[in-house]
Design a protein around this ligand. Structure first.
Ligand SMILES: Cc1cc2nc3c(=O)[nH]c(=O)nc-3n(C[C@H](O)[C@H](O)[C@H](O)COP(=O)(O)OP(=O)(O)OC[C@H]3O[C@@H](n4cnc5c(N)ncnc54)[C@H](O)[C@@H]3O)c2cc1C
Length: 439
């Protein structure tokens, strides 16, 4: 996977380099039975248990000093139900493997995030999402779950079976049990036409409601220190397939978006005063393009330049005001920000601790190049986001605690009550969960 390192000295690190942990031991179960045995043994030894995915969370949500459960041998497709339109994947399956396997079967998820390095269980556990007018996060596409709970038993849930568990465990923060299999709704593979186009910041803000209403998947990147954005609209298409030509794709997605961008960030880190000029050039480097391809090739792209990120979900109607406040804050401050701010949307869903739970949502994500101080920027941004009742992504940097979450999630206590029932001894505890859930 190349994303997390369990270095020879036994230290686990996340992709963003923000978290390191030294587990007491590591286990790589090859079956649900082996996993169950590992959870029971940890209980006998009085150790906490933490399954990890591919370490793509920026928070310490996956960190443990107890038993670290690796997903590497719990992978693959368990079942395809064409009549029911579902596919069941082993929890450790990387999303890229799932996407490729589905495409081979003529199937696809409806919506997804912008990379596919994460595992299925890791992605759903923090509420990983893309952008959508009608379709929501990856977890919202789940039809059934299987998990091993703290007492070592296997629990299955769906809308009909253990619906209270299903409501919460789709985005379970790793707090309710170890997910072993996930059943997703899938549909026959379809084509999306992507239109990428630069647009002035003021125009995107003025026309945001319309752009969102007219497109199945609308998102944009605003470049701080400029009035420029790059917009992306993805809509279903009858074809024909017109992928980005290979050489052009390499030049734009690898050379410009990763290679040149990496160098620009090195320069910016060494000489922050150059960042506004670099941002003006970067924001103009990519010209408009249109292409048509299968979903995962349109939604996802490689992200090789390492960064740290904070992302908040605000009520969709508060997006433009929140974004203008963020821009004003950056314009007024001495901050130099070399990474674009990303804006996406999701419709309201019914998952207890989903960032889009019960409300139409817009996401605003701020990033900093790895190795650049980010605290000042993120603290100022977080002040703006929380003033709009923002809900932070569970896997991205934030400073909120249980007191805050009980105010911004109307069903917060439903989740903690279920946790009390499924994991009274806090077998799946870590410091992060203690902070965000209160115990
Ligand atoms: C480059 C990059 C791009 C990203 N793009 C997006 C994006 O487009 N949209 C978005 O929303 N997020 C995005 N993220 C965030 C990322 O999707 C989430 O942090 C996700 O949770 C990471 O998945 P993972 O497999 O790496 O899990 P990890 O980070 O390793 O773990 C996350 C959580 O899942 C739990 N977990 C893992 N396996 C299990 C299991 N079997 N049972 C129970 N709990 C389990 C862990 O204990 C932990 O609590 C991005 C991150 C990076 C670094």
């Amino acid at each position: 996977m190349g994303s997390t390192a369990s270095a020879r000295n036994g230290t686990w690190r996340n992709w963003g380099g923000t978290v390191a942990a030294r587990p007491a031991r590591e286990v790589t179960p090859a079956s649900v039975d082996e996993l169950t045995a590992a959870v029971r043994r940890a209980a006998e030894d009085g150790l906490p248990v933490k399954p990890v995915g591919s370490g793509h969370s920026f928070t310490s949500i996956a960190a443990t000093d107890g038993v670290l459960i690796r997903p590497n041998l719990l992978t693959g497709i368990r079942d395809i139900d064409r009549t029911g339109g579902t596919v069941t994947a082993e929890a450790g399956t990387p999303l890229k493997r799932l996407n490729v396997a589905l495409a081979r079967e003529g199937l696809s998820l409806t919506n997804m995030g912008d990379i596919m390095e994460q595992t299925v269980s890791g992605a759903i556990s923090t509420g990983t999402h893309g952008t959508g007018r009608d379709s929501a996060s990856i977890a919202a596409q789940i039809r059934g779950l299987e998990l091993v709970t703290a007492d070592g038993s296997v629990l299955t849930c769906s809308e009909k079976e253990n619906p209270d568990v299903f409501a919460a465990a789709r985005i379970g923060l790793g707090a309710l049990g170890v997910v072993t299999a996930v059943t997703f709704a899938v549909e026959p593979v379809f084509l999306l036409t992507a239109r990428e186009e630069p647009m002035p910041f003021d125009r995107v803000c003025a026309e945001f409601d319309q752009l969102h209403a007219e497109n199945e998947h609308f998102e944009f990147y605003w470049f701080p220190h400029t009035g420029n954005t790059n917009t992306k609209r993805n809509n279903r298409s009858a074809g024909p397939e017109r992928p980005v030509p290979q050489v052009k794709g390499w030049f734009e997605d690898e050379f410009l978006s990763n290679g040149v961008f990496q160098v620009a960030n090195w320069v910016g880190r060494a000489a922050p005063g150059t960042i506004p000029a670099i941002a003006r050039i970067s924001s103009k480097a990519l010209s408009a393009r249109t292409y048509t391809d299968i979903p995962y090739k349109v939604f996802t792209s490689p992200r090789r330049v390492r960064f740290v990120e904070m992302e908040y979900a605000v009520p969709r109607e508060a997006l433009v005001e929140t974004l203008r406040e963020l821009k004003a804050m950056i314009d007024r401050s001495p901050l130099r920000v070399s990474f674009p701010v990303e804006v996406r949307t999701a419709p309201a869903d019914d998952i207890t601790l989903s960032t889009a739970s019960g409300r139409d949502t817009a996401y605003i994500a701020v990033h900093m190049f790895k190795g650049t101080p980010y605290q000042g920027y993120f603290t100022a941004a977080e002040r703006i986001f929380t003033a709009h009742e923002g809900r932070p992504h569970w896997g991205k940097i934030h400073t909120r605690d249980a007191g805050y979450f009980s105010r911004v999630y109307p069903r917060f206590e439903e989740f903690t009550a279920l946790r009390d029932r499924l994991d009274p001894e806090r077998r799946f505890r870590n410091d992060y969960l203690r902070r965000v859930l209160g115990t």
